[in-house]
Design a protein around this ligand. Structure first.
Ligand SMILES: Nc1ncnc2c1ncn2[C@@H]1O[C@H](COP(=O)(O)OP(=O)(O)OP(=O)(O)O)[C@@H](O)[C@H]1O
Length: 272
């Protein structure tokens, strides 16, 4: 057995994240219905599907923003289904949002510092105000953030207010803020949405670097099929709340139900 095979086998034997029989209704609308999937440790996993398929609802349940009506979500074998978002973040699941959610009046560095709140004993405000242990802690957090800023090649912009940055750069800062949490699993909701081709390629490169160099497992919602098929180890397909496919990018592209529901439509092969 090759090293790569044994690694793949180990990952399959103990997925880092499992979603089992999860459903969610909003009034009469079934957003997610009986969805199960496993995310191998160290993988990049994409969740695709047409608009309204339930992708963001699923991510919102994994990150604790919605509570499933049924089913179990587990991180490293421990159920997290009923935990609050802050507790889930503290367990090591970070996320970015479909719409940029940065503090536009704060600098790049300060936005990343806020991303570390789950690690701060002293709290952001007291760290900013006091010397002594809180000051020492703040310096350590700042160093971690500076390192992430360099990793994402944002060093020239560290003191700039994020509101003044281009859309693509703000998306990169959001990625940095999620990384500042030092997550085991990173949930990215359309990180390339609204980007031009160059910005998309940059972001795809950063996502790959995060995965390979920092060993972070990535769960990605993305409409750009070129990017999805290029960078994903596994792809899961939702349609009207149900899982209709899953496997390697090659397997998914050959699944008739997927081709019919998504890839074969006029949206197939490009963006929705
Ligand atoms: N908070 C909510 N209240 C009511 N309905 C909701 C809520 N969140 C999601 N829905 C509904 O659940 C369904 C799935 O929506 P969701 O946003 O999860 O889909 P999606 O696959 O992420 O779509 P998109 O690609 O457009 O972002 C939709 O019919 C949506 O209107």
């Amino acid at each position: 057995m090759s090293a790569a095979e044994s690694l793949a086998d180990r990952a399959a034997a103990s997925p880092i994240l499992t979603v089992q029989g999860v459903s969610k209704k909003f009034g009469g609308v079934t957003a997610v219905q009986d969805v199960s999937l496993e995310v191998p440790r160290g993988a990049i996993v994409s969740v695709i599907g047409p608009n309204g398929a339930g992708k963001t609802s699923l991510l919102n349940m994994v990150s604790g923003f919605y509570r499933p009506d049924t089913g179990v979500i587990a991180l490293e074998g421990d159920a997290i289904t009923t935990l609050r978002p802050s507790q889930i973040a503290a367990r090591g699941i970070a996320r970015t949002f479909q719409n940029i959610a940065l503090f536009s009046g704060l600098t790049v560095l300060d936005n990343l510092m806020l991303g570390r709140h789950v690690h701060m004993r002293a709290g952001v405000l007291s760290s900013a105000l006091y010397w002594g242990p809180a000051r020492k802690e703040e310096i350590a957090h700042r160093e971690r953030c500076e390192e992430i800023i360099e990793f994402l090649k944002l060093q020239d912009l560290r003191k700039q207010q994020t509101g003044a940055l281009s859309y693509g750069l703000r998306k990169r800062v959001e990625l940095g803020r999620a990384l500042a949490l030092e997550p085991k699993v990173l949930l990215l909701d359309e990180p390339m949405g609204g980007m031009n081709q160059d910005e998309k390629e940059d972001m795809a490169r950063h996502v790959l670097d995060v995965n390979i160099e920092r060993g972070v497992t990535v769960v990605l919602i993305e409409h750009d099929m070129g990017v999805v098929m290029d960078i994903s180890d596994r792809v899961f397909v939702l349609d009207r709340g149900r899982r209709i496919g899953g496997g390697t990018p090659e397997e998914v592209q050959r699944t008739p139900a997927v081709i019919q529901a998504y890839l074969g439509t006029s949206k197939g092969g490009g963006q929705t």
